[in-house]
Design a protein around this ligand. Sequence first.
Ligand SMILES: Nc1ncnc2c1ncn2[C@@H]1O[C@H](COP(=O)(O)OP(=O)(O)O)[C@@H](O)[C@H]1O
Ligand SMILES: [Mg+2]
Length: 495
Amino acid sequence: MATLAELASLRTNLKESAVDHLLRLTASWSLLSDLSFSDMLLMAKVNEPSNRGGENFVVLGQMRPNNRSTLLNDDLVGTTQRLDAWPLVRDAFESGTRTIGEVTIENVEDVVPVWCVPVRHDGNVVAVLVRLQGPLRGPASLYEQAYLSIFDRLCSMVADATFPYREDDVAGPGMPRVGDGILLLGGRGDVEFSTPNATNALHRLSIYASVEGHTLREMGLRVRVVERSLEFGIPAMEEIDRGQDVAILFHCVPLLDHGIVTGVVVLVRDVSDLRQLNRVVLNKEAAVREVHHRVKNNLQTISSLLRLQARRSDEIETRNALQEAERRVRSIAVVHEVLSREPGEEVVFDEIVRSLVLLVEDTVLALHPVEIVVNGELGTLSTDLATPLAVALAELLTNAVEHAFVDFGGAENDHVGVVTLNLYQEDGNAVAEIRDNGRGLGDDFSLEVPTSLGLSIVRDLVRTQLHGSLEMNNVPYAEGGGTLVRVVVPTTARL
Ligand SMILES: Nc1ncnc2c1ncn2[C@@H]1O[C@H](COP(=O)(O)OP(=O)(O)O)[C@@H](O)[C@H]1O
Ligand SMILES: [Mg+2]
């Protein structure tokens, strides 16, 4: 579907500033439609060679009322309307004054009461605003009469080129609607009437007395934009808050008559629930962050307890076991540390890798001076995958540092121990290779029947939890020797 600007440039000879004016009109015409309980069309003269007389109209825009059912089921935007079907539109164009009458429309049963309001811009009529009134449901109520009188005044402003406002930056989808509540103020700011919803909103601001006949200021409510609108005829919006719980939006639509402000329509919307919802959403993210932070703190507490206990135990075996447990807990804490900074479904795994390397260096490098080199990266991974993978990698790195260089190399033959961690993504898998240039796996080594705890944990995490594969092999002497551990886990599988 073509936009108003496209239709105008393709099918009319309207100037850019006129098109701008029409765009501003359609940004706020839901107000007109709702105040008059009517469908609206915006028509301009067609300027095409096939239409030599220049007499046909093109529909540039269409608006349906929010508070009534529509008369027009068809989408008329972009359609050409013949002059003889719309004599009142032509009259409005030619006379520059509002024309009122009836019209027959295709696919609509009865004749439709119609107002044709010339849209003036820079002294010329550039389009006609057509109001198509639906069937009346009995005599108009007091509010309906008030709405219609406001509509009438706004139509005069359209013809006078004072509506839409030049400086209206508050029109559009965010603006309050007629149904939210209306206060009609007279030229001196006294409330002429207040709809039930507007009265409710004022109650929430602790104004309970009847406001009619008084100014808002007299009722103890100071809304700066209302005062500004009354004084300068400028539209504006302001939110008034009462504590944490109440937020009311005031949108001022000044009414002008020959340049004089004769009143202000104040659309009033209670946005308290909306604001509260925003606060809840913001709080939720902070809460998730906080939870990760606390989990991390708790894990660190557990790891300190294990460390203390390890120091107190005299048996070397017990002490080692406790130290290993401490390291495992810390490798889980690393993941939560990263999540407490950036909570979400995914986590930047490379930050975790950096911390893991520091952790391994911190715990085992004191025993064996070894160089740890990281190549490549895994990018972001889902948090379900990150924690088990981090624990497995910590375990494998520790093993390499701890076991590969025992009784091997050393100062006498200048062997430098290097552990390399290669990381990359391949065919939907995260691949991690841990390689060392140490003594290699012993002849009796078997990954399939490990009795030791470390590799049992790794096997369980990689194969069972992550549905991945784990291999450990000796690297031939000609290729540098040592051990290569390959971990491949699918990144897309649901855990
Ligand atoms: N990179 C490696 N180089 C040489 N041997 C290794 C390597 N990784 C593991 N091993 C051997 O596998 C054994 C089992 O490891 P693991 O299950 O982690 O138990 P632990 O580390 O407590 O000994 C180790 O004791 C070691 O003999
Ligand atoms: Mg181990």
